[in-house]
Design a protein. Structure first.
Length: 186
């Protein structure tokens, strides 16, 4: 049985470099590892405990929790917006942290990677994402990192899936994540 890694992309833009990185992770996942992208983060409403009920739970939030529950690990792709994590990714973490102490993210291995235009490649956002995931109950892999600076320049003519250095870095993170993940019961 393959290790299942769910990718959450913190940018909703179709041409996002972080989305391209996630596509590269799907394409280059090593044998025995399946990386899939959750495509509906833009449909998940802002977390509100009033609608987080069995009857009122929004369908996109339910699908996010179900997909996370079926995954063995999570791989978050985060750009940096104004020095921090994008709202859509933070919102996903909030939904996955509930119910308190037993959310879908609880105990799951999680790694955070990504690219940003700045010279540090989004490390502030990545650190904030790791912090939020850890508080939400995820098992953050602090040593599985990939932050790619100057992304607009670097990927102006090359897709991340065709950049050998980027692919090698992604594979290291994916392999580290897979090693920490035990297949979830189906």
């Amino acid at each position: 049985m393959s290790v299942r890694i769910l990718a959450l992309v913190g940018s909703l833009r179709a041409g996002s470099i972080n989305r391209q990185l996630a596509v590269a992770a799907v394409k280059h996942a090593p044998g025995g590892v399946e990386v899939t992208m959750f495509e509906e983060l833009g449909d998940v409403p802002f977390y509100n405990q009033d609608i987080d009920t069995e009857v009122g739970l929004p369908s996109a939030a339910r699908r996010l929790r179900t997909a996370t529950g079926r995954a063995d690990a999570l791989l978050l792709f985060s750009p940096e917006y104004n020095g921090t994590i994008p709202a859509v990714l933070k919102n996903a973490i909030d939904w996955l942290s509930r119910p308190y102490g037993a959310g879908a993210i609880s105990g799951k291995p999680v790694a955070v990677v990504g690219a940003a235009f700045g010279q540090h490649g989004g490390v502030w956002a990545h650190d904030e994402a790791r912090k939020a995931v850890g508080i939400a109950g995820g098992a953050v892999l602090e040593d599985a990192k990939l932050s790619i600076p100057a992304s607009l320049t670097r990927f102006a003519k090359t897709h991340p899936a065709d950049d050998e250095e980027v692919v090698a870095g992604l594979l290291q993170v994916i392999e580290r994540l897979a090693a920490q993940a035990a297949p979830a019961s189906a």
